[in-house]
Design a protein around this ligand. Structure first.
Ligand code: 13P
Length: 253
């Protein structure tokens, strides 16, 4: 059985006070709702990670993720956060290769593959993002383009390491636009990606890999998206900033 996951990516939003309130509300609601079969992940901005880890400590099924990490162990990389720093404050996940990082910070698949290595070496779980632009989709190259992101970012991994990775498909044209992929479009891409994983790692490993959908996922469309056979949850941006909306998405399974 694949792990169902709903992860909230706050991006560069919230003050520390707002972040504390949001975290506490999410923890309370998740505990009350008893959604034990879904792993809930909160990805706050880096300065709040330690606080959010503290607030989720002991909470049922709520984990904390960084939004990024540096691929180097330590050293003269001003402004960056290493995996060992994340590990030292009990952060268990890191979002890697979000399209905003690929676009604004010029992250390449090669660099992302090193970030993945650094995370796995320290026992953290990468949430590896992939997704195409609208023009790539309109040109009909989207399946090949996204499959290639997985090949270049992840396919250097051996089976045991690969099994620990979570994948998030986020079509760039759906992020923050209010235009979500239809459930058919999401399912179609997820199935293509799972087949691609299977060609490298075999059916069993591919069938056990969680592939999340991200891009304007909201309480009113999550149910339909999560009902798709190959969609194992969501990576949520805007709707993760309101506790009720986020937990309603968690409850959509
Ligand atoms: P939105 O849900 O705001 O479209 O953002 C999706 C996203 O980028 C999550 O990482």
């Amino acid at each position: 059985m694949r792990q169902k996951i709903v992860a909230g990516n706050w991006k560069m939003n919230n003050t520390i006070e707002e972040g504390k309130k949001l975290t506490s509300e999410i923890v309370d609601m998740v505990n009350k709702e008893g959604v034990d079969d879904v792993k809930v992940i909160i990805a706050p901005p880096a300065p709040y990670l330690s606080t959010v880890v503290g607030l989720t400590d002991g909470a049922n099924n709520v984990e904390v993720s960084a939004q990024n990490c540096n691929e180097h162990e330590s050293g003269a990389y001003t402004g960056e956060v290493s995996v060992s720093m994340l590990n030292s404050i009990d952060v268990k996940y890191a979002i890697i290769g979000h399209s905003e990082r690929r676009e604004y910070f010029h992250e390449t698949n090669e660099q992302l593959s090193k970030k993945v290595d650094a995370l796995l070496k320290s026992g953290l779980t990468p949430i590896f993002c992939c997704g195409e632009t609208l023009s790539t989709r309109e040109n009909g190259n989207h399946f090949e383009y996204v499959s290639n992101q997985l090949s270049e970012g992840l396919f250097h991994l051996g089976e045991e390491d690969f099994k620990k990775v979570v994948i998030a498909y986020e079509p760039i044209w759906a992020i923050g636009t209010g235009v979500t992929a239809s459930s058919e479009q999401a399912q179609e891409m997820h199935a293509v990606l799972r087949k691609h994983l299977s060609s490298k790692y075999g059916t069993e490993i591919a069938n056990n890999t969680s592939i999340l959908y991200g891009g304007s996922c909201k309480p009113d469309n999550a149910k339909e998206l999560f009902a798709c056979e190959d969609v194992d949850g969501g990576l949520i941006g805007g709707a993760s900033l309101k506790a009720k909306d986020f937990v309603d998405i968690v409850k959509s399974f």
